[in-house]
Ligand binder design. Sequence first.
Ligand code: SAM
Length: 226
Amino acid sequence: MTHSISEKPYKGLGMEGAVARWYASLTYKSLDEFRALARRVAEQVPPGSQILEVAPGPGYFAIELAKLGDYQVTGLDISHTFVEIARGKAGQAGVKVDFRHGDAAHMPFADGSFDFLFCRAAFKNFSEPVRALEEMYRVLKPGGCAQVIDLRRDAPMQSISQAVEGMRLGRMDALLTKLTFRFMLLRRAYTRQDFEQFLSQTKFGPNDINESSLGLELSLYRTQAT
Ligand SMILES: C[S@@+](CC[C@H](N)C(=O)[O-])C[C@H]1O[C@@H](n2cnc3c(N)ncnc32)[C@H](O)[C@@H]1O
């Protein structure tokens, strides 16, 4: 059954300041996972491609991808703190990634700008999810693909506990992370049926939606020029 959230208010508090810095240090411990994801994307996306990461946060995935090949990588995030952190990290890594401030539901890009789009652990936070999907479609080139990876609303607590244990966090961070999953993230997340309902309101055609014990992974293709 779908739940009725089609718009959520974004109050601009979300992930700024100390919260963003805490998230950046926490997820740095999962750098291997970002590297593996970047390698997986590099296997499917040819060199020279224009790639957009929507909501990159501290930018680990985008930076790892930029290290792997001749890609033009852009990141778009609504948090000023994250844009600043991500720009700093790209500078330290010596790679060029264009990290910009902006809203997934109102992207500052021309139609058909990107060959590939990636969005991880962020879609559930978007205040206008259908609008964000429409924007993904608009900024993709015909033939382009958007990959969206996020938590499943119906993920069992046991899978969440296992995932948090795999993050190699200290006791306090592990506890805080489990509580965040339980009381914030699961409540915001979507089911497969929610995604199907959102997608039916967009121009994306039949799509692949794969489920794992913890999350959903969508591969969305723009097949048409309009
Ligand atoms: C949990 S973080 C995920 C960051 C990163 N993708 C990762 O995998 O670690 C969620 C991100 O979504 C961003 N965000 C939330 N609403 C947004 C919006 N409407 N447009 C762009 N970014 C947004 C937040 O600022 C934050 O960077």
